[in-house]
Design a protein. Sequence first.
Length: 580
Amino acid sequence: MTDRTADLKQRFSQHQDGDVDVVILGAGVNGAGLFRDLSLQGVNCLIVDKSDFGSGTSAAPSRLIHGGLKYLETGEFRLVAQSALERNLLLRNAPHCVEALPTFVPIFSWTRGIWAALRTLTGSTTAPRSRGALLIKIGLALYDFFGSRNRVMPRHRFLLKRRALKEMPHVTPEIVAGGIYYDAKISRPERLVYELVKDGLETNQASLAANSTRLVSSADGLLTFQRADGYAFSVRPKLVINAAGPWIDHVNAALGAPAHLIGGTKGSHILLDHPELVRSLNGHMIYFEADDGRICLVYGYLGQALVGSTDIPCDDPDNVRCEEPEIDYFLDSVRSLLPSLRFDRDQVTYSYSGIRPLPASDASSPGLISRDHSAPVFEPQAGRPFPIISLVGGKWTTFRGFAEEVTDTVLARLQRSRRTSTERLAIGGGRDFPITSNERANWIRSVAAKSGVEADRVDELLGRYGTTAAEILAHRCDYSDSQRVSGAPRHSALEIDWIVRQEMVVHLSDIVFRRTTMAIEGLLTIPGLREIGAIAAAALQWDAQRLNQEIDDVVTALSKFHGQTLTEENMRRAAGPAAR
C-alpha cells in the first residue's frame, strides 16, 4: 500500500454520507482548479474522475498559456483581459512548468482583413482571413494593453521584411513584415492538473479524491461510486459540480437533469522529429494563418516540434484521435510557411486530439464559437435535492479565474465566506521555486549536498518536477537514482517508485502519459515499460497477469490514439536528450 493511498483509504473509511459538501464530477483542469479553491475555503469536497486526473481534454491542448490574441477579432475583450492576467499569474505561480514563449506572426499584406474584421466584431459569422499588417499591429497593441496587469513580459515588436526574415530565416519570403509578441507555454499540463488535486488534499484533510472511479447510481440525493479496485462508496452532497468537459451532457443526464449544453470541437496536434526546425525557431513559436484562413502554430516542445491545431465539430470524446487528413493538413501548412525545410510523414512521432467542451452554438465557423466560460445551474427538483452547476467552455489559461468565480457562487449557496485568494498561490512544485540564477544555484547546491546526487541531475529534476524534486531525491526505497529506465535514460527507477507511491497511480498509463512526459517524448520501449511496470507492480501488488494487461493497455493506447507502434526494439528517441 502506498503512503498517499493509505492516507486516502483512511479518509474514505472515516467519511460519512453527509460529510461531503460538494462533489465535483470530472478532474480536468477546471474541476481540479475548483477542487483546490473550495478546499482552501474549508469546503469538504470529493473530486471524481472515471479515468485519471487530467486525462481527457486537459491532456490535449496546444500546451499554451496564452491571452487569446485571436479572440480580439470576435470582440471578446473581457476574455482576453482575463486570459492575459491569468497567463501572467501562472508564470509566477507555476514557474516549474510554465515559461515565456516569444511568438512570431508572419504578415503577408498591409491592409487586408480590415473590413472582414469589422464585420466579425459586429456579429458576422464569417471569420476574417488574410489579416494584414495594419490589423495585426492594432491587435498586438491591444494585446499589450490587456496584458498590462501584473506584466511579466516585454511588449510586442513590429519588424519589416528584412528584419523579420533575419529573425526567422526559413519563413517564406512572401511575407511583407512580421510581429513578435510574448505568450507562454506549459511543458507538463497533465502534472499540473494532478498538483492542483494534491494541493486541495493537503489543504483540507476532509476532502477526498478518486481517479478511475465511476458514478454508478444517483437516487434521492445519494451518489454511489465504484473505484477500479471494486471498492464502492456513497455520499450525500449539498451541491454537485459537473466538470466533465465534453461529457457534461452525459453526466447531467445520469443525474436526472438532461440538457444540451455542449457543442464541442476537435483539436488535433502532431509532434515532429525535426532538429533543424527546432533550431531555426530559436525558442520562438510561429503563429500563422494557413492557406484556408485557419490559425495554426508551430514551436519547440521538449526537443520536438509541436504543430497544431484543427477545429472540427465532433461529439465522440471517447474515441477522438488525430486522423490522416489532419496530419496531411499540418504538413502542407508548415511546408507552405517554411518552404526551405523538408516535411514528411516519417518525421511525425506522436499525435493527439481532444474535444474542446465549447457551448452549444449555431455559429457557421467553429473558430467563432466563444472560448469564454459559463456555469449554468440546474436547481433541485423532486428526487434530486442538490443543485448542479455545470462548467461549460473555458480554456486552460483561465482555469484559476473560472474556479474563483464558481467557488464564490458555491460559498454564497453554502452561506460561507471566502478565506483566501488563489491569485498569488503557487501550485505544486512551483512552491518556493528558485527564480533568480543565484537562488537556483543555491537550491541545487543544497539539495545535491543532502541527496548525494550530482548538481546537474538536481537541476534536471528541478526543471521536471519543480521543488518536488527535493522530496523525490530524499525518497528511501529499493532503487537508486542511478538506475535508469530503458529507452528513457534520464528517468530513474527511484523517480518512478516515488511517483507510484505518492501520486495516486492506478494504472501504468497514469505514469507514462501524465505523471511524466515519457510517452509524448517518444521515450517508451517495451523493455522500458516492463521495468516501469515491475516497479509499479511491486508497490501496488499487481500479479503477473495484471502487469501484462497494463503493458498491453499502454501499447494499445499508443497505437490507437497517438499513432505510435511500440515494438521490442527501442524507439527513435530512446537515447536522445531529454528536454526540460
